[in-house]
Ligand binder design. Structure first.
Ligand code: GLC
Length: 821
């Protein structure tokens, strides 16, 4: 896919602007309108506009000066053949009729209008100006007041009335309103009860979204360079729009299952003996944990791809022991390579000529943790390959995953804490051509926002090459649209406060609808020291956070789950155990997200688009398809106000308490929420898949437990595979679709199986009477499993508590039905 960008035509811009009088265009007069199989192009004196269609609902409008083009970093789709659509084009108008609305581009005035089928909120591009090297595009939003997305942004949750900048920046201990932060996803979602649309501005220069802040009726988009690269995403509701955006920019790859476990980090656990003590501490106290992180102190003088000989003299032994204890290890890797002859990584990079250069052709050097550093130029394949191959060093010791940090890039003594804007990046020849057909170089000003994503890409591609059958785990701090293809992300150096706990959740929701499902925050807050209460509450949110890691700054107090007092250790253990109990649901939610591009932590309005209230709620969320979670984000309270959606939508959803199956009314109400007892609800009619306790995903849980939260009928589905290799891509997985019906005092479960993977559970249990109204109704005298190979197995029946009956069978994927009577 080619996208146009204007190499800045400084000369003549004023005259172009002045020239617009007659024709109304800022890039000269309209000359002609041409058609190619995939685009309609309006040619102006000194630029062009192009209309393409992507993925049925997406109209791509480029308006640019000049002729240059380069490949998008974000978009992975090709434009579709226009012959498949109804398009009229002449010099007056290029009109596209889509299922969900009509889009019209007027070449003379360079205006665009979108009239959605089912919404009162039309959208019009009413003016575009090229100013200096940048551009300003003004849209009439026709009264729309609800906007979301824009990736990693602080408050407010609804972006209407805010001015948001895309410029990846390292701001430790950021405030709840600071902007910009570490990553840039220039995707804005308009969503309200009248309908939704998405606007993706695929321009990598510094840009600003003024969403009704300066003029309440307008969205003003400004970029410091390049072209207007607008993808207008249409659809019947926000779910469809988020899905289409994910088709355009790619989906999260399935992570290894251990990356879904609880993870413990601090800056830094060292030396070796402390790391081993930490690991043993978890096992001794029987608090589940999968991953330990090694921050910068594991290295020799902060040199990437080394071990500190003083603090980590026997890393192989340490890793072997940690693996024996059932832990995975993730090490940090920064882009700054110590600028020091004789250091192997530096010397090989110099030999391969992979480091970023200043305009004078010398390597650019700046200060990061190791002192003076040079930085890989991840924009070309040669560098990415070189970088990827460096991981062999750590893989050989048995390191399991990698954490790419400081990749905004953050440079302590750089102008504005990053590279100078005139630093030169060398691009891939085939992807980036200028008008003379030669491979291009670009300045840092143009691609700053993509540096982190290209680092994560280089890391992922390198790991895939080194261990082709393993699923890589890469965590990144900086990113750009489409970066979900390469890495998970976390929200950087936050703060230990209830305000930041609340903020983390609202950030997850906007990051999720921006295409990135695999997100988390430093549990407890990176800077500062949480109270025992704040830490437990943050863990409670963490259970339902896709990336679940405790992390803290070097001078913070100990933050292991047992670091406070014995009462809070008990609470924390119980909370972390819930993550492991729910792992079959969580893993299935990951699988769904990797297939459908929807967030795992979902704002209520995605599933309840007609419920007005849902658009204002940023402290509750849906987790996957079945759960609604309302974490406590305030201090000193044992209850909270919750809103259960569905009241206005005509939807007949009913909600049940996760804990006792009681039905809870829709709408606003107060619910009890003592420490450790997060308000969690399920849609009535859900079969929840849980499992017996394990201490890490390196262990096999004994029992898969189905819990029926439906009076007369319920359904559930679950996805299984080996959790670590690529064999699922070759068909080695299992999907179970399970239904439950209650008739004539019988409960009947039917299992529909797709795939051949054999999970290694020993038992399959069903809790047949989770709901109060079911207790006693299913007498459970007898439970019989029928299998596809003709066997009939009689289940063991136990009353587990207060009349909740559990029936247990040997685990088999041959199960076809279970009848409880
Ligand atoms: C940055 C990271 C933080 C890390 C620290 C030291 O501040 O955001 O997570 O602990 O660097 O590596």
């Amino acid at each position: 896919m080619k996208m146009f960008y204007g190499l800045i035509l400084l000369v003549g811009i004023n005259s172009m602007l002045n020239d617009s009088g007659g024709s109304g265009t800022p890039i000269g007069r309209l000359r002609q309108v041409q058609k190619t199989p995939e685009s309609v192009i309006a040619v102006y004196d000194s630029g062009k506009a192009r209309v393409e269609i992507f993925k049925s609902g997406i109209v791509h409008l480029t308006i640019q000066r000049g002729d240059d083009s380069r490949k998008s970093f974000a978009v992975i789709e090709e434009p579709e053949e226009l012959s498949r659509y109804k398009i009229d084009s002449d010099k007056k108008a290029i009109s596209v009729s889509l299922k969900d609305g009509a889009v019209k581009y007027l070449p003379e005035s360079m205006n665009l209008s979108y009239v959605p089928q089912n919404s009162s909120n039309q959208l019009d591009l009413i003016g575009i100006q090229f100013e200096g090297s940048g551009l300003v595009a003004t849209f009439d939003i026709h009264g729309a007041r609800n906007f979301y997305g824009l990736g990693e942004k602080t408050l407010p949750y609804n972006k209407y009335g805010t001015c948001d900048t895309m410029w990846n920046s390292d701001f430790p201990a950021y405030s709840a309103k600071l902007d910009p932060l570490y990553e840039s996803i220039p995707f804005l979602l308009k969503a309200d009860t009248s309908g939704a649309y998405g606007l993706f501005f695929d321009n990598t220069f510094r840009s600003v979204f003024d969403v009704g802040a300066s003029d309440s009726g307008k969205l003003v988009y400004k970029s410091a360079g390049g072209a207007l690269e607008l993808y207008l995403i249409t659809g019947k509701n926000s779910t469809e729009i988020v899905q289409r955006f994910s088709e355009l920019t790619g989906k999260m790859a399935m992570p290894p299952i251990w990356a879904l476990g609880y993870q413990q980090s601090r800056w830094s656990y060292y030396p070796e003996e402390k790391v081993l003590d930490l690991a043993r501490g978890f096992r001794k106290r029987e608090i589940p944990c999968d991953v330990i992180y090694l921050d910068i102190n594991y290295m020799d003088g902060y040199r990437c791809f080394t071990w500190s000989p003083k603090d980590f003299p026997t890393p192989k032994n340490m890793l072997d022991t940690l693996h024996d204890l059932g832990f995975k290890i993730v090490t940090i890797i920064d882009p700054g390579i110590k600028n020091e002859s004789g250091y192997r990584v530096h010397d090989s990079g110099v030999k391969e000529d992979v480091f970023v250069k200043s305009p004078d052709g010398k390597y650019f050097a700046g200060q990061v943790w190791p002192g003076d550093c040079v930085f890989p130029d991840f924009f070309n394949e040669k560098t990415r390959k070189w970088w990827g191959s460096q991981y062999e060093f750590l893989l050989d010791y048995g390191v399991d995953g990698f954490w790419n940090d400081m990749n905004e890039p953050s440079v302590f003594n750089g102008p504005n804490k990053t590279f100078p804007l005139d630093v030169v990046h060398r691009l891939d020849v085939e992807d980036h051509t200028n008008s003379t057909g030669k491979n291009a170089t670009v300045t840092h000003a143009e691609v700053h926002n993509v540096y982190g994503m290209q680092m994560a890409r280089a890391s992922r591609e390198g790991l895939e090459k080194l261990e082709p059958d393993e699923r890589p785990f890469v965590l990144t701090r900086a990113n750009y649209a489409g970066g979900q293809r390469y890495a998970a992300m976390w929200t950087g150096d936050n703060f230990s406060s209830f305000a930041h706990l609340k903020l983390a959740l609202s950030m997850f929701l906007n990051i999720g609808v921006s295409g990135q499902p695999f997100v988390g925050s430093d549990v407890g807050g990176f800077i500062g020291n949480p109270s025992a209460e704040l830490f437990s509450r943050w863990l409670e949110l963490g259970v339902f956070t896709p990336f679940f890691r405790t992390h803290s700054v070097w001078d913070s107090k100990p933050r292991e789950p047992w670091a406070f007092d014995s009462a809070s250790m008990e609470v924390n253990r119980g909370v972390i155990e819930r993550r492991y109990e729910l792992l079959p649901e969580i893993y299935t939610a990951f699988r769904d997200a990797s297939e459908n591009g929807l967030p795992i932590v979902r704002p209520l309005y995605l599933d309840f688009p007609e419920d007005q209230e849902a658009y204002n709620i940023s402290d509750e969320f849906l987790f996957g398809d079945n759960l609604l979670v309302a974490p406590v984000v305030d201090s000193g309270t044992a209850s909270r106000e919750i809103y259960l959606p569905g009241r206005h939508s005509g939807d007949d959803v009913k909600w049940r308490s996760f804990y006792d199956g009681e039905e809870i009314q829709k709408g606003w109400q107060s619910v009890g929420a003592p420490l450790g007892k997060t308000p969690i609800f399920l849609r009535d009619g859900t079969i929840l898949l849980t499992q017996s306790l394990i201490q890490s995903t390196s262990q096999q849980a004994d029992t898969l437990i189905l819990k029926i939260y439906g009076t007369n009928s319920a359904k559930g589905s679950s996805y299984f595979d080996d959790g670590e290799t690529m064999s699922y891509k070759r068909g080695d997985f299992l999907v179970w679709n399970i239904t439950y019906e209650y008739t004539n005092s019988h409960g009947i479960l039917n299992f529909d199986r797709e795939g051949t993977y054999q999970p290694r559970y020993r038992f399959l249990s069903v809790d047949v009477s989770v709901l109060p109204e079911q207790r006693g109704r299913v007498p459970a005298h007898k439970a019989v499993m029928k299998t596809s190979d003709g066997r009939e197995l009689v289940g063991e029946i136990t009353d587990i508590r207060n009349g909740v009956v559990r029936v247990t069978f040997p685990f088999t994927t041959e199960v076809r039905s279970i009848v409880v009577e």
